[in-house]
Design a protein around this ligand. Structure first.
Ligand SMILES: C[S@@+](CC[C@H](N)C(=O)[O-])C[C@H]1O[C@@H](n2cnc3c(N)ncnc32)[C@H](O)[C@@H]1O
Length: 466
């Protein structure tokens, strides 16, 4: 990112703008000193914009905002969103303050950035609800201490994201193909079943490489020709912890549906956040449309099911649908052949290795500190739900064992990791079809179940239970 030198006018506004941020932050951030908040803000924007150490965030931001006000440029929503986040303001409130500082009146017609939607022409929004860098670092440290890395850290950061995408498209990792094939086969029926009298909004929980979202959007455009032809006709919300994944996924969507459709017909609203906090940003106001939530690509199996499904249920409206898919296991105790078949997807490969090491690298754990064990199956890993007992669920565990004791540093804190400490880097649960139906039915009404011809993958269409 090149450094933007402020011009004369923005320079004269700079101190005002800095003051305005200072006031906003001082007044509104009660649980943080202004100094701490300023550091967090600074680091966040620096990180998001990939600024070099020498670049001055305040100058950069001021110049951009002044040029924006003069209508010469658009300002990246990431900057606004980070500012709003730390100032605890909505976009409208933030702009109002900035405009007041500049002696201008805030006119809503200039932008429509309230309650998080994107202003026109803006590409990316980053809303870190309760996801500030310190908190994330703290959470990651806890994962390492407890020996289980949470799913969100398996996708967070540029290197991790790149390596995940590489793995996803590598030979033995057929899960992606299974999930995409079943979706393709079932999509006509799914869209027939969700037909209602309200316009549709797609809410993607984890965009991944964007292939499946693109399939759905493309089909929707194809099926509802007239209705979805106007500008911004289809609202598309993306929730993902990884900004890099959002970029990759949106790119695929753009390529698949065509740039014209992407820019004209798709109204994109992007949230970079943990979807475990989705209830903080969505509420019953989304009932203006019929929402189709997507939890695809075997994502459920990386989470404590009851907690994730419960969060989605909090925001799901009576007319909405939820589409979930997951790999299945055969009923009962698996034969050695079946176990090996399941594990073969996770067989040792360069792609798997590099992906796992990239996740561990966040804690500066390097390949020489230990070894990656071959993937193994557990029948009792994290099992709380009774439906999942008695071989109804098998969890693939991918672990790293420390062989040379090390101490990893997290800011001011050190965490010693002794010999034989096992870190579960990735886990992925596979359910019997019956168990999956039962755990989903505990919370939702399962309307339709689609399964692959060999019953190794299922796709479920669910509604809110009344
Ligand atoms: C297994 S991939 C599936 C991607 C896509 N749905 C598909 O079917 O290919 C999981 C996706 O969810 C995102 N993700 C994982 N945990 C998350 C969390 N806690 N909050 C937000 N996004 C998360 C990842 O970045 C990734 O895009």
């Amino acid at each position: 990112m090149s450094k933007n030198k402020p011009n004369k006018k923005s320079r004269s506004n700079k101190s005002n703008f800095d003051k305005s941020i200072a006031v906003v932050m001082k007044d509104l951030i009660s649980d943080m000193s202004y100094y701490d908040a300023a550091i967090v803000l600074n680091n966040e924007i620096r990180k998001i914009l990939s600024l070099d150490d020498g670049d001055n965030v305040a100058e950069f931001t001021t110049a951009k905002i002044s040029r924006y006000i003069r209508g010469e440029t658009t300002i990246p929503v990431i900057v606004i969103a980070a500012l709003c986040q730390y100032a605890k303001l909505t976009g409208d409130e933030f702009f109002m303050k900035v405009f007041e500082e500049q002696g201008l009146n805030w006119n809503r017609s200039i932008g429509r950035f309230s309650n998080y939607p994107l202003p026109e022409g803006f590409e990316y929004a980053v809303i870190h609800t309760a996801e500030d860098t310190n908190q994330l670092a703290q959470e990651f440290k806890e994962c390492i201490r407890q020996g289980e890395i949470r799913s969100k850290f398996a996708y967070f950061g540029t290197k991790v994201t790149e390596r995940y995408i590489k793995l996803m498209h590598s030979g033995p990792y057929v899960l992606n193909e299974k999930s995409a094939n079943l979706l393709k086969e079932s999509l006509d029926e799914v869209l027939e079943a969700v037909k209602g009298n309200k316009p549709i909004r797609i809410i993607s929980l984890g965009i991944g490489d964007g292939e499946k979202d693109a399939l759905i959007i493309e089909k929707l455009f194809e099926k509802t020709k007239g209705a979805l032809e106007h500008k911004g006709a289809l609202e598309y919300y993306v929730f993902d912890i990884s900004i890099d994944m959002i970029k990759i996924g949106l790119n695929t969507v753009k390529e698949k549906i065509g740039e014209g459709n992407y820019l004209e017909r798709l109204d994109r609203k992007l949230y970079q956040m943990d979807f475990m906090h989705i209830n903080r940003v969505l509420n019953e106001s989304i009932s203006d449309k019929q929402n189709i939530f997507l939890l695809l690509g075997n994502t459920l199996g990386n989470f404590p099911e009851d907690i994730l499904l419960g969060k989605i249920n909090e925001v799901l409206q009576p007319n909405d649908f939820l589409l979930i898919d997951n790999q299945l296991k055969k009923p009962g105790k698996l034969s050695v052949d079946d176990e090996n078949r399941l594990l073969s997807i996770y067989a040792d490969s360069n792609e798997h290795r590099e992906y796992m090491l990239a996740i561990l690298d966040r804690a500066k754990i390097s390949p020489t500190d230990g070894s990656i064990s071959p993937a193994r199956l557990s029948y009792d890993y994290g099992i709380k739900n009774e439906w999942l007992r008695n071989h109804n669920c098998a969890t693939v565990l991918q672990e790293f064992t420390i062989t040379n004791p090390i101490t990893v540093e997290f800011g001011d804190e050190s965490l010693p990791l002794g010999r034989n400490k096992i870190i579960t880097v990735l886990y992925s649960k596979k359910y019997t079809k019956e168990a999956l139906t039962n755990i989903v039915s505990d919370i939702f009404t399962v309307e339709r179940v689609f399964s692959a011809s060999n019953e190794d993958y299922a796709l479920m269409l669910c509604k809110k239970s009344m």
